[in-house]
Write a protein of this length. Structure first.
Length: 163
């Protein structure tokens, strides 16, 4: 499947995943070849089949990317209403999940626009202790260049969603 043809749908799945799950599963490869998966909530997709994430806490992910830039990101719409509706109708009306594959770039200082996107996303938590401890000074990002994707198939309920 051609990623460009489906990019808008992929972005929609990621938006719903962000709302319902609050994070994405980001997989890299450890030096011994085993998989390493970490949750990252500060990930954004752009319109040009790229994205970026704030690389603040993902120590092993960062180490792995230095050796092998390949990443796989899983987005899942965990919205209970979407799932309940799908169970009653026997079909998902929108894709419930997708995997994106690509390569991560070097760690760099986030742009003012990128930082503003993150700050806007977490503004509701600004007056909390957790915000000050975790998110106040997030500045470093990594770009991701996506080259392929895989729909997550859920049997008959997701048939015909990715044509």
């Amino acid at each position: 499947m051609e990623i460009g043809k489906h990019w808008k749908t992929i972005q929609a799945v990621f938006r719903e995943s962000q709302k319902t799950t609050r994070h994405f599963a980001v997989a890299t490869v450890n030096p011994d070849g085993t998989p390493h998966v970490t949750p990252i909530g500060a990930l954004f997709l752009r319109d040009d089949r790229t994205g970026f994430y704030f690389d603040q806490f993902s120590v092993n992910t960062s180490k792995n990317i230095k050796k092998n830039q390949r990443v796989c990101i899983l987005a899942v719409n965990s919205g209970i209403l979407s799932w309940l509706k799908s169970f009653f109708t026997g079909k998902f009306s929108t894709p419930p999940s997708v995997r994106l594959m690509g390569s991560a770039g070097e760690k760099r200082e986030g742009t003012a626009e990128e930082i503003a996107m993150w700050q806007n996303k977490i503004k509701a938590a600004k007056r909390t202790k957790g915000y000050a401890l975790l998110w106040k000074d997030m500045r470093m990002v990594r770009d991701i260049y996506f080259d392929s994707f895989e729909p997550v198939r859920v049997g008959e309920m997701s048939k015909d969603l990715w044509k």
